[in-house]
Write a protein that binds this ligand. Structure first.
Ligand code: HEM
Length: 506
């Protein structure tokens, strides 16, 4: 019957031959690949192979699968797909020793055909491999978002944090929407100089949400077979959906940058922004117009959903753990009092707030799967061999549940981030912003956006879980950015409401 199909159906015959060649090549490649280092160090352990040396990466319940595997196989788990070796790190000390200390060997990204080639046209900084182009992209972002630069944006963040309180007073049930508006407003202003996003119907807000949805789809583990069988990208018609997303995303990002360019070339007074800096410094970074369009857009998309989801997680944690919330508010009572809003000057005096934020990141990591890096040279770690070309990922869900670094990890316990004097410890890290040379370049900015929003929010309201609306705290973790199930809470003003309105409007 097979012979009949091969003889009578040329399309089937071609596909069949292609599959056989692909399988044979990957088998030969697997056999040839050294399974130990020159000195005889073995690869790290991992679950047994299922077929043809394959042990497929989980695509559902990924975080909890790695938590279980960490107990069975240890802190560094090896999976093999054809000729490709993937390592997943599940513990803090292994992450520190491999991802941080060997950071220079792990600045690269593995090929991601669906998300990088087809969806991003190889323009997205998040997925670009190491090398000269990556350095130029990263330097451009660093200049604008490094620790020294981000102080300049404090007024914008404070103004938007006060607007967030007003939004919640006016329409508490839409708190998730307001939080997205908060983070998008700030980023639209910093990235494109656009002021005052007043509603979530704004076309720029709607546009970027669409691009983020495309990215999340392209990055969904196991969603695209082409990442396992790269030859599929040559099959006519394959990847049409991703390529069309790319075209519309690029059009949207070009439109944003063109608007800034047009304003600069007219006599308009153009606010400072990341885009303006990019357009003014083409000689330094040598990026094309499309590369700049995608870079500005990538910064906006990388920052807006993550920041909003982090704040929503913290609102959820405040409602679920009222005692921990009360400690933060007791600290406000002592440090800030009730006659003024918290301000930037309180940054160093609110360790309970910082600890609450860090614990929320650990409890429900915003990017639970982590992003894969790739080793560019062989690494030997505690007697195990991680060959050059390995995809290396720190699984943030599992790392955050490391029972040695975070005893009783399922317990929400902000005090674990504080020393015996009540000051923030600097010897613990749950790697919420990633690792080594690819660590999130927006982390200083993001930390400030979170601090001021949450200082003002938790100072203004006691957040209470409603008896008639129990919160489902389990996020959908199988995405690059975790998504929480929508929930409702009561925001009970801690001072008289009219006075609160007066204070935030100023
Ligand atoms: C709570 C908020 C945020 C979280 C949790 C977060 C987390 C992350 C993580 C885990 C990575 C990958 C790191 C790695 O590969 O090891 C990353 C990359 C990145 N983030 Fe963030 N991020 C946040 C906010 C921001 C903001 C506000 C910006 C922009 C201002 C930003 C810009 C970027 C960019 C451009 C990359 C790609 C860097 C690269 O591949 O070299 N992020 N972020």
């Amino acid at each position: 019957m097979l012979t009949d199909m091969l003889n009578n159906n040329p399309t089937f015959a071609t596909a069949f031959v292609a599959v056989i060649i692909a399988i044979s090549l990957s088998a030969v490649f697997c056999k040839k690949r050294r399974l130990t280092s020159k000195e005889g160090h073995p690869l790290p352990p991992g679950p047994p192979a299922t077929w043809f040396w394959e042990n497929v990466m989980p695509t559902v319940n990924i975080g909890s699968t790695f938590v279980d595997w960490a107990t069975e196989y240890g802190p560094v788990i090896m999976l093999r797909q054809g000729g490709v070796i993937a390592i997943v790190i599940t513990r803090v000390d292994a992450a520190t020793e491999i991802m941080e200390k060997e950071g220079s060997a792990l600045a690269d990204r593995p090929p991601m055909i669906a998300a990088d080639e087809l969806l991003s046209g190889c323009k997205r900084i998040t997925l670009v491999g190491s090398g000269d182009r990556f350095r130029r992209l990263r330097k451009a972002v660093h200049t604008h978002f490094q620790a020294k630069a981000v102080d300049t944006y404090k007024d914008i963040q404070f103004e938007q944090a006060r607007a967030l309180i007003l939004d919640i007073l006016n329409d508490p049930n839409s708190h998730q929407k307001h939080t997205h508006r908060y983070s998008a407003s700030i980023l639209l202003r910093i990235t494109y100089g656009k002021s005052g996003l007043t509603s979530t119907d704004d076309p720029d807000f709607v546009g970027v949400r669409e691009v983020v949805a495309h990215f999340i789809e392209g990055m969904r583990p196991g969603a695209y077979l082409v990442d396992r069988f790269p030859w599929l990208k040559f099959v006519p018609g394959y990847g049409r959906r991703l390529r069309s997303f790319h075209d519309s995303d690029l059009k949207f990002y070009r439109g944003q940058l063109s608007r800034v360019e047009r304003a600069m070339s007219s006599s308009e007074d153009v606010s400072p922004s990341f885009s303006r800096t990019l357009l003014e410094n083409v000689h330094d970074h040598q990026l094309s117009f499309d590369e700049m369009s995608f870079l500005a857009g990538s910064v906006f998309e990388a920052g807006s959903d993550t920041t909003a989801n982090a704040i929503i997680t913290i609102i959820m944690a405040a409602a679920c753990f009222p005692d921990a919330q009360m400690r933060v508010q007791e600290e406000f009572n002592m440090v800030v009092g009730m006659d003024r809003l918290p301000s930037w000057n309180d940054w160093d005096s609110l360790p309970q707030l910082h600890a609450f934020i860090s614990e929320s990141f650990r409890w429900r990591p915003v990017t639970p799967l982590g992003l894969a890096h790739r080793s560019t040279r062989d690494i030997i770690w505690r007697g195990y061999y991680i060959p050059a070309g390995t995809s290396v990922t720190g699984n943030q869900w599992a790392i955050s549940r490391d029972p040695v670094a975070f005893p009783d990890p399922e317990n929400f316990h902000p005090q674990r981030w504080l020393d015996q004097n009540g000051q923030l410890r600097n010897d613990v890290n749950s790697f919420a912003f990633g690792f080594g040379r690819r660590v999130c370049p927006g982390m200083y900015f993001a930390n400030r956006s979170l601090f001021i929003a949450l200082a003002v929010l938790l100072w203004s309201f006691r957040i209470v879980e409603r008896p008639d609306a129990p919160i489902d705290t389990t996020p959908d973790m199988d995405n690059i950015v975790a998504h929480l199930v929508p929930f409702e809470v009561d925001f009970v003003p801690r001072i008289e409401e009219a006075r609160l309105r007066e204070m935030v409007v100023m």
